[in-house]
Design a protein around this ligand. Structure first.
Ligand code: NAD
Length: 360
């Protein structure tokens, strides 16, 4: 019996290739993981008639931990993003994404080591929308006119942005606790409270109140547009960013750009009972089966999972092995080579190189 049971979803497109790399690396660390391999996404559709089979959900419920490769959202009527469904099914209210520059990566920046903690349940992503021209949209427009005196043009669509004390409190508390546990120095709350007083203003008020409970961590607040500029100008000044859903989504990709792209960023979606770790890029179907893409993001997802399990030493070893392969720059995939360089390694060769360093 292993010490941990983990649901492993090899996913679609390039998913199975990058999953094989991370699985082998984690097995070499000998932390005692038993995998429950499950299907989701397009690959599940043929066999189960649904992109998210009941037995996959049951496995995640049972293990509480899932390592998931990218999933293709089948295009067609009735299919929502499986990733969104998973987040909602398990109330994964935290989206955690670290961004660090590993020496050897091509990027315009030096010295970036940031963590974006994004609220995952509400804000404009709550999915509460009113379509242009619908009767209920008209009633909402009338209600707004009656109660606020504000005119909304009748040919408008409307999306609702709820932000609650409950969800703000738990994400901001998570950010402070994360900062303490991971020896971070500062938490920056990102908002646009000058314009949206009752939503972003509430988020900010909760952040200010909670910050007094965590006097060992520096606290600051930044308006989101200024934050975007500052991150590009002087990213080294920032540490942990805590954001409502929409700003977190946008700033995460901005930060991915600072550290060399989505191929080098892993993420975690965390709730009270379940945590799902994933590469943040998609399933890149055009590269499927070509042994070409970078397995680093999936390995970084595996590192986050090991940290979450309390296997800090194994996580550190795997990160060092990955960092050393990237730094050496020999056995790395095409995206880590200079344009025109024809010596790129395949996914499996880069995986072998990481594995070889774990076995030294
Ligand atoms: P994508 O991330 O799959 O690919 C975009 C491009 O990024 C690729 O063509 C490739 O050039 C590059 N790329 C991606 N991963 C790479 C890697 N590991 N190494 C090197 N290069 C890499 O985005 P897309 O084409 O917009 O989406 C394809 C499918 O993935 C869609 O069905 C989408 O719904 C799904 N998707 C899933 C997730 C997820 O499961 N978390 C996230 C995003 C997109």
């Amino acid at each position: 019996m292993g010490r941990y049971r983990v649901t492993l979803i090899p996913g679609d497109g390039i998913g199975p290739e990058v999953t094989q790399v991370v699985k082998r690396c984690i097995e070499a660390l000998d932390v005692g993981i038993e995998w429950e391999v499950c299907q989701a996404g397009e690959s599940a559709l043929g066999k189960y008639g649904t992109p998210l089979p009941e037995e996959t959900i049951a496995s995640i419920k049972r293990t509480g931990i899932c390592l998931k490769a990218p999933l293709t959202t089948p295009v067609g009527r009735g299919f929502r993003s499986i990733n969104v469904t998973l987040r909602q099914t398990f109330s994964l209210y935290v989206c955690l994404r670290p961004f660090k520059i590993y020496p050897g990566v091509r990027t315009r920046f030096k010295n970036v080591d940031l963590v974006v903690i994004r609220e995952n349940m509400e804000d404009l992503y709550a999915g509460i929308e009113f379509e242009r021209g619908k009767e209920e949209t008209g009633r909402l427009i009338d209600f707004i006119k009656e109660t606020t005196g504000k005119e909304i043009l009748p040919d408008s669509g409307i999306s609702i942005k709820p932000i609650s004390v409950t969800n703000s409190e738990r994400i901001i508390r998570f950010a402070f606790e994360y900062a303490i546990k991971n020896k971070r120095r500062k938490v920056t709350a990102v908002h646009k409270a000058n314009i949206m007083k009752y939503t972003d203003g509430l988020f900010l008020e909760v952040a200010r109140n909670l910050s007094s409970e965590y006097s060992q961590i520096e606290f600051e607040e930044k308006i989101v547009d200024n934050m975007a500029m500052q991150l590009v100008q002087k990213p080294e000044l920032y540490d942990v960013l805590v954001c409502p859903n929409l700003y977190g989504d946008i700033l995460s990709d901005l930060c991915a750009g600072l550290v060399g792209g989505l191929g080098l960023s892993g993420g975690a979606n965390i709730g009270e009972e379940v945590a799902i770790f994933e590469a943040t890029h998609g399933s890149a179907p055009k590269y499927k089966g070509l042994n070409k893409v970078n397995p680093s993001a999936m390995v970084l997802a595996g590192i986050l999972m090991l940290e979450y399990l309390g296997e800090g030493e194994a996580a550190r070893r795997l990160e060092e092995a990955l960092a050393s392969v990237i730094k050496e720059g020999q056995k790395v995939t095409y995206d880590l080579k200079e344009p025109g360089d024809t010596t790129a390694a395949g996914t499996m060769e880069m995986g072998q190189a990481i594995l070889a360093r774990l076995k030294i």
